[in-house]
Design a binder for this molecule. Structure first.
Ligand SMILES: Cc1cc2nc3c(=O)[nH]c(=O)nc-3n(C[C@H](O)[C@H](O)[C@H](O)COP(=O)(O)OP(=O)(O)OC[C@H]3O[C@@H](n4cnc5c(N)ncnc54)[C@H](O)[C@@H]3O)c2cc1C
Length: 455
């Protein structure tokens, strides 16, 4: 490889109060929150739609509630509200969610499962962003940051229109990969501690027959019923213990890293059958990620064969969708002012600057939040170290793997997004750095916007 020195050139520049980089799970909520505070907000999203991994890879949204079912006697309560719940309300009105469907089997893993129609999610969130007055910069990639000392003055973005600068007072990195923090010189690492995934959805399948197949083999581990295709009390989530299934299926699934958990809001449709692949290096490595993309698609072809061969009702199944590109559970881990620990999560600790409460752990029932309660995510955990006007939200915070297995979940990311967007807007409108923001003011803005806090 040789090197080339780019020459400088004049490019158009636009000014905003807040720029949110990445319109995925956390970024949609961050941009909505910032705009609803009255900030002139731009959302820079690489793809032509919003939602990120919530619409590309995730099984369902976890979890708006504390884990009351696994802890008899614990009061059932909704712990994430605010904008994440607004989105669910809008989705429900558009026929795009199972609702908060209660788990019948697997209630020690989660008490509810909120399945979504991914296409309706895209339109609903785009509409909400438009209504809030967010400048939507879709099909636009953030490529660089303009930094003076510890202050970001702007970002560089590229679209088919060309290269441009977006200047702002405050910035939120919700790229998942930590692209903005990385370009701005923030400290980060790349733990590469999860497999990458491409999730496929199968059509022409029979959910009831899949349910019977799992129960017939004594393999059913997760089961929820909710709204599906206009009818209440339908199967919307199923998972099974692979080892209990016919040997050919179990062995084939293991070889391709397939997990068979599925959710759906439509008859004849399985969403998000996941094919996992552990890369040797971090998924930020372009060439290694390109190889992984090809390998994942080969494995997906094998996955549909397995379903056709072994699962009743799937004889004529076909792949109706795949993730547009591989999805990650972690890219860059960005260093923030506070790093949420395993004990913070499992002991259910709260902080004097909590911005949300959360009660789900993706390793449940092995790891659960104490007594079916919640822990708090502190504001300082969103402040990117070394920079005075950058907040981070989503999968890029929290170094400890066991803690990350909770903070990276969709609804935790959405809640973080609401706090980061609100804080960025307040900083911009009050001309403050992220460390000079009065927590009492942030807390009041969050509670006025419906955020539930437990301390
Ligand atoms: C396969 C898989 C299954 C999962 N299943 C579940 C589940 O069932 N339930 C659950 O709660 N959690 C699940 N998770 C975890 C959860 O979905 C993610 O941790 C969460 O969605 C991450 O949200 P985020 O906002 O950090 O990132 P994302 O949702 O990925 O959003 C990042 C956004 O930034 C954009 N972007 C990236 N780089 C740039 C750039 N340079 N310029 C502009 N835009 C950019 C991306 O296009 C994307 O839209 C799963 C994760 C994976 C990978």
């Amino acid at each position: 490889m040789t090197e080339y020195t780019e020459s400088s050139k004049q490019i158009p520049a636009t000014s905003y109060n807040v720029v949110v980089a990445g319109g995925g799970t956390a970024g949609v909520v961050a941009a909505l929150a910032a705009a609803r505070q009255g900030a002139r907000t731009a959302l820079v999203e690489l793809k032509g739609y919003t939602g990120g991994i919530a619409v590309e890879g995730g099984t369902a949204l976890h979890s708006f509630y504390n884990l009351w079912k696994a802890f008899p006697g614990v009061q059932k309560r909704q712990v994430v509200k605010g904008i994440p719940q607004d989105i669910i309300d809008r989705l429900a009105a558009a026929g795009g969610t199972s609702g908060h469907a209660e788990m019948i089997a697997g209630a020690d893993y989660d008490s509810v499962c909120t399945a979504i129609d991914t296409e309706i999610y895209k339109l609903v969130t785009l509409t909400m962003l438009e209504e809030a007055g967010v400048h939507l910069c879709l099909n636009t990639m953030l490529t660089d940051a303009i930094v003076e000392g510890s202050h970001i003055t702007g970002v560089i973005a590229e679209s088919h229109q060309g290269r441009e600068a977006m200047m702002a007072h405050a910035f939120v990195d919700t790229t998942g990969y930590g692209d903005l923090a990385g370009r701005a010189g923030a400290e980060y690492s790349e733990p590469n501690d999860y497999p990458v995934v491409n999730s496929l959805s199968l059509a022409n399948v029979d959910l009831e027959a899949y349910h019977d197949f799992l129960t017939g083999h004594g393999a059913l581990t997760q089961y929820a019923r909710g709204w599906r295709d206009g009818q209440e009390d339908q199967i919307v989530r199923l998972d099974g213990r692979r080892a209990a299934l016919p040997e050919g299926f179990a062995k084939g699934a293991e070889e391709i890293g397939m997990s068979m958990v599925t959710t759906t809001v439509h008859n004849n449709y399985f969403m998000f059958i996941k094919i996992n692949y552990k890369m040797d290096v971090s998924p930020t490595d372009r060439d290694a990620a390109s190889k992984a993309e090809v390998e994942l698609r080969r494995r997906q072809a094998r996955a549909v064969e397995l379903f056709r061969e072994y699962v009743p009702g799937c004889e004529k199944a076909f792949i109706a969708r795949t993730s547009p590109s591989l999805t990650i559970r972690r890219g860059r881990l960005v260093t923030c002012d506070y790093d949420i620990t395993r004990d913070d999560v499992l002991e259910g600790r709260h902080f004097d600057d909590d911005i949300m409460a959360y009660g789900f752990h993706d390793s449940a029932p092995r790891l659960q939040i104490k007594d079916g309660g919640t822990y708090g995510i502190p504001y300082r955990a969103l402040r990117v170290s070394g920079l005075d006007n950058l907040l981070a939200a989503g999968m890029m915070i929290t170094s400890d793997h066991d803690a990350h297995m909770s903070t990276r979940n969709t609804v935790a990311c959405m809640g973080q997004g609401q706090a980061a967007g609100t804080a960025a807007a307040l900083c911009a409108l009050q001309n403050r750095g992220t460390r000079d923001l009065d927590y009492a003011v942030l807390r009041q803005a969050l509670t006025e916007a419906g955020v539930h806090l437990e301390n």
